[in-house]
Write a protein that binds this ligand. Structure first.
Ligand code: NAI
Ligand code: OAA
Length: 326
């Protein structure tokens, strides 16, 4: 058995964490031979509810759960953390865009970035889930100047998974038949779900569907899926978001599937002409605990326009929080 690693989870008494924590403790994120210590952060009024979650974790008797910390102090939650999942933030309601949450949520991430900088493991891997996720990840990263910016990522895996299922259902195949699908850009309604390189059971995806379905059905369905869940459920997606967080971290730590890639919002190095330093979703391959942006993916005029539109939105979001970016 390996020695335990420390996993910090914020918003630990919220609805996403109620799915997430149990799967981390069951070994679904870091593997069946990796014990974990859960370091759970909440705001003070939610500490009672968090205690209840910790009691349930106890009652699961997970063999891999090597310890738990419940706290309302970010400096304690991130102490020596090897992984951090930043979930704690307000969710949107009907009729809102995710960027409408910037004002309510952005300050959380500057505080937590500083706490990570001062207390976490120098090798920490950070995933930001709380919305607007890409810009919150940027705020976190910029407030943690002593840590390599590559270690701060945001979640577009839920969008990736949504796109897989839409394409599988349309082509009457399973998600296991699909490879090389990409979500570019922001986790927002400007994201660009791209299937130009995707294959379905070895066949070119674009040859199996028509352009009208792609542009007017598939793309808007994936872009608006979060809002559709809010309308249907009366609350934003939780179990599917937790699942995507598990997949993102699992792939980052243990590697992406052979012969495929995953969508991850990562620190742009200028690839595909995207401004350096933005947290932008790219096709990524992970190996040995590190990610790499897949290079050489061809982009036509349609794709370039969509990639640029979502980049422009990220620049606007960044400019709106410039006071939080040291
Ligand atoms: N990136 C993505 O694909 C997705 C992102 N989200 C986002 O995830 C976030 C959380 O969603 P839910 O769990 O449904 O919300 P929730 O409201 O059920 O839980 C959020 C929790 O965070 C806590 N919290 C607030 N401020 C905090 C702070 N400073 N430190 C620690 N904890 C804090 C709250 O007390 C609450 O318990 C939302 O911003 C939501 O929009 C949701 C689905 C998908
Ligand atoms: O739509 C929302 O506000 C929650 C979310 O990010 C998603 O489900 O993708």
């Amino acid at each position: 058995m390996k020695s335990p690693v420390r996993v910090a989870v914020t918003g630990a008494a919220g609805q996403i964490s109620y799915s997430l924590l149990f799967r981390i403790a069951a070994g679904e994120m870091l593997g069946p031979d990796q014990p974990v210590i859960l370091q759970m952060l909440e705001i003070t009024p939610a500490l009672g509810a968090l205690k209840g979650v910790a009691m349930e974790l106890d009652d699961c008797a997970f063999p891999l759960l090597a310890g738990m910390i419940c706290t309302d102090d970010a400096n304690v939650a991130f102490k020596d953390a090897d992984y951090a999942l930043l979930v704690g933030a307000r969710p949107r309601g009907p009729g809102m865009e995710r960027k409408d949450l910037l004002e309510a949520n952005a300050a959380i991430f500057s505080v937590q970035g500083k706490a990570i900088n001062d207390h976490a493991s120098r090798d920490i891997k950070v995933l930001v889930v709380g919305n607007p996720a890409n810009t919150n990840a940027l705020i976190t990263q910029r407030n943690a100047p002593d840590i390599n910016p590559r270690q701060f990522t945001a979640m577009t895996r839920l969008d990736h998974n949504r796109a897989l299922t839409q394409l599988a259902q349309k082509t009457d195949k399973t998600i296991n038949d699909i490879k090389h699908l990409t979500i570019w850009g922001n986790h927002s309604s400007t994201q660009y779900p791209d299937i130009h390189h995707a294959t379905v059971d070895g066949q070119d995806a674009m040859g199996l569907i028509d352009q009208n379905w792609y542009e007017n059905d598939f793309i808007p369905t994936v872009q608006q899926r979060g809002a559709a869940i809010i309308d249907a459920r009366g609350a934003s997606s939780a179990a599917s978001a937790a699942n995507a967080a598990i997949f993102h971290m699992r792939d980052w730590a243990l590697g992406t599937a052979e012969g495929d890639w995953a969508s991850m919002a990562v620190y742009s190095d200028g690839s595909y002409g995207i401004e350096e330093g933005l947290i932008y979703s790219f096709p990524c391959v992970c190996k040995d605990g590190d990610w790499e942006i897949v290079q050489g993916v061809e982009t036509n005029e349609f794709s370039v326009a969509k990639m640029k539109a979502t980049e422009d939105e990220l620049k606007q979001e960044r400019d709106a929080v410039s006071h939080l970016l040291p």
